[in-house]
Design a protein around this ligand. Structure first.
Ligand code: G6Q
Length: 548
């Protein structure tokens, strides 16, 4: 494990102290001023790597800010920590594990030894098995119990075993095989599975049970109901063999559930749940878009991994995205980040990023277990544009809380239709512009606005945003975007000196309900706090009739 014991705590680092006083000055300055003073700011403060164009000029920062943020990263040993992660060291300290989602996208001729094993060979062995299986499903060669080809694929999983697959399927739907239907069941609310299955023919349906631990109650409950649904319709327990496959790290539990481990696709404890969409957890994605496109997704991530690994901090997009998030959150005091993809295919990206960012960096102690004295993970949220503009953007433009926004857009539409795409993209540019520069009383007067309403119509501006552009939403570009945010999260966690790779709060949730479940269907005396007792009593007395 890389030694961080000599690193002073985050607020004690010289760059942190310098950034704090620098922020006092920046808070008095305006984006308009910055742009007026430097006619080239918009081109100067941008970076390009792989297929991504990253414009960070509309942030409330100067060259000095970037210099100090880079110094902060160096003082926080972000580069050494990055190298330790890529080398397979146990950077997940509280779980004592390596963190190697980057190994999932290494080319097959690369080598990475972890605890004496070349993990790249294992990764490609599984990828080959996935590709073989995906081709059989896509071609109709794989037959169900009654000899019909599979036409429906249902991924059953939750959290990291759901959000990545559903996001990637939606994002890459354009590249998917259209005669296959994909459904994603995650919630233990029966409504989820009942609605997902109601129009499917069991003879043509494949379930992919995705669970790293194969011990997650929601997933096992849904998987059990799926099996009952299938066996009832096909009238034979042995039908499970042709209609169920598992994706997991836990072969024993897969076998105990009744899935033949020959139909299991493996991954490893060094792949965190929320970092697993490019492991076998991406099986549904690969079936949808085909192995070649899946390899493109991996290649896009790998290209950004290389950029992250080799570009100097000031020219490194994930470094700057992460450092700017710290700047906005810790120094300027903005509590959230809005992620607004201007692409309908990316409508699940904000939900995916919420888990990636908030489960990773929602931590209150350092790697050494000390309580932090600064803000860690900001709240990430968002919706696709332009829809959000007709709803919560009002607050972003004129509310009292400032929301830094990441806008994401593509130069070419996958569905060119009339002038839709120009209209869509004009909105990204206009929104970022309006947030930065606002609209003054003088401008409104010049437009003839009524004096009485001018205070209501003034836009103060000076509101920060990043704009990320790429030529087109391809599997490769999606892979790059995912790796970009993964590494931005890493940079933030490294500076904050927290463990971005554990999730004890999630584990707690998995245990808490287990005690209460049996109390809901019996009359055992309740021994919780008075509120919980009253709520359970209400539930018990109304659960049969549902009437008020
Ligand atoms: C991800 C989290 C969590 C996890 C789910 C599902 O990093 O640990 O979201 O992915 O709880 O866990 P299983 O895959 O083990 O069912």
């Amino acid at each position: 494990m890389h030694d961080t014991s000599t690193t002073p705590p985050f607020p004690g680092r010289p760059a942190w102290i310098a950034l704090n006083s620098h922020a006092t000055e920046i808070k008095t300055r305006r984006l308009r001023e910055f742009f007026d003073a430097d006619k080239n700011r918009g081109t100067r403060l941008h970076l390009e790597a792989e297929n991504l164009y990253f414009d960070y000029s509309k942030n409330r920062l100067t060259d000095e800010t970037v210099r100090l943020l880079a110094q902060l990263a160096r003082e926080s040993r972000v580069e050494e920590r990055r190298d330790a992660m890529f080398a397979g060291e146990h950077v997940n300290v509280s779980e004592n594990r390596a963190v190697l989602h980057v190994a999932l996208r290494l080319p097959h001729d690369a080598t990475l030894n972890v605890d004496g094993v070349n993990v790249v060979a294992e990764v490609h062995q599984v990828l080959n098995r996935m590709a073989d299986f995906a081709r059989k499903i896509r071609s109709g060669e794989w037959r169900g119990h009654t000899n019909k080809p599979i036409r429906n694929v249902v991924n059953v999983g939750i959290g990291g075993s759901d959000l990545g697959p559903v996001m990637a399927y939606e994002a890459l739907r354009h590249f998917s095989q259209r005669d296959l239907t994909f459904r994603f069941v995650s919630n233990v609310d029966a409504t989820d599975i009942v609605e997902a299955l109601h129009d499917l023919d069991a003879e043509e349906t494949l379930f992919v049970i995705s669970s790293k631990t194969f011990g997650t109650l929601e997933t096992l409950t849904n998987a059990t109901s799926a099996r009952t649904w299938l066996v009832e319709r096909l009238g034979d327990d042995s039908a499970v063999a042709k209609h169920f496959v598992a994706v997991s790290t836990n072969a024993d539990k897969v076998a105990a559930f009744g899935i033949d481990v020959a139909n299991m696709f493996e991954f490893w404890d060094w792949v965190g749940g929320r970092y697993s969409m490019e492991s076998a957890i991406g099986l549904s994605t690969m079936i949808a878009i085909g192995p070649e496109n899946f390899y493109e997704l991996l290649a896009g991530s790998h290209a950004i991994d290389q950029h992250f690994l080799h570009a100097p901090i000031e020219e490194n997009i994930p470094m700057l995205l992460g450092l700017i998030a710290i700047w906005n959150h810790d120094f300027l005091g903005f509590p959230t980040v809005g992620v607004m993809p201007y692409d309908q295919y990316l409508h699940r990206l904000p939900a995916y990023l919420q888990q990636l960012t908030m489960e990773s960096n929602g931590k209150h102690v350092t790697q050494h277990g000390d309580h932090v004295t600064y803000e860690t993970g900001p709240i990430y949220w968002g919706e696709p544009g332009t829809n959000g503009q007709h709803s919560f953007y009002q607050l972003i433009h004129q509310g009292t809380t400032i929301v830094p926004v990441d806008f994401i857009g593509f130069a070419k539409s996958l569905n060119p239709l009339g002038d839709h795409h120009d209209i869509l993209m004009s909105n990204i540019f206009a929104q970022a512009q309006a947030l930065a520069f606002g609209k003054s009383a003088e401008e409104l007067r010049a437009e003839g606005a009524e004096e009485r309403v001018i205070p209501h119509r003034v836009m103060e501006g000076n509101r920060p945003s990043n704009v990320l552009l790429a030529p087109e939403l391809s599997p490769r570009v999606l892979g790059s975007l995912i790796a970009l945010y993964e590494h931005s999260v890493f940079v933030q966690g490294a500076v904050w000196d927290i463990d971005s790779f554990d999730q004890w709060g999630v584990e707690l949730g998995k245990q808490l309900s287990v005690k209460i479940i049996p109390e809901l269907s019996s009359d055992v005396p309740l021994t919780h706090d008075s509120s919980t007792n009253a709520l359970i009593s209400y539930y018990r007395s109304h659960k049969q009739t549902g009437q008020s």
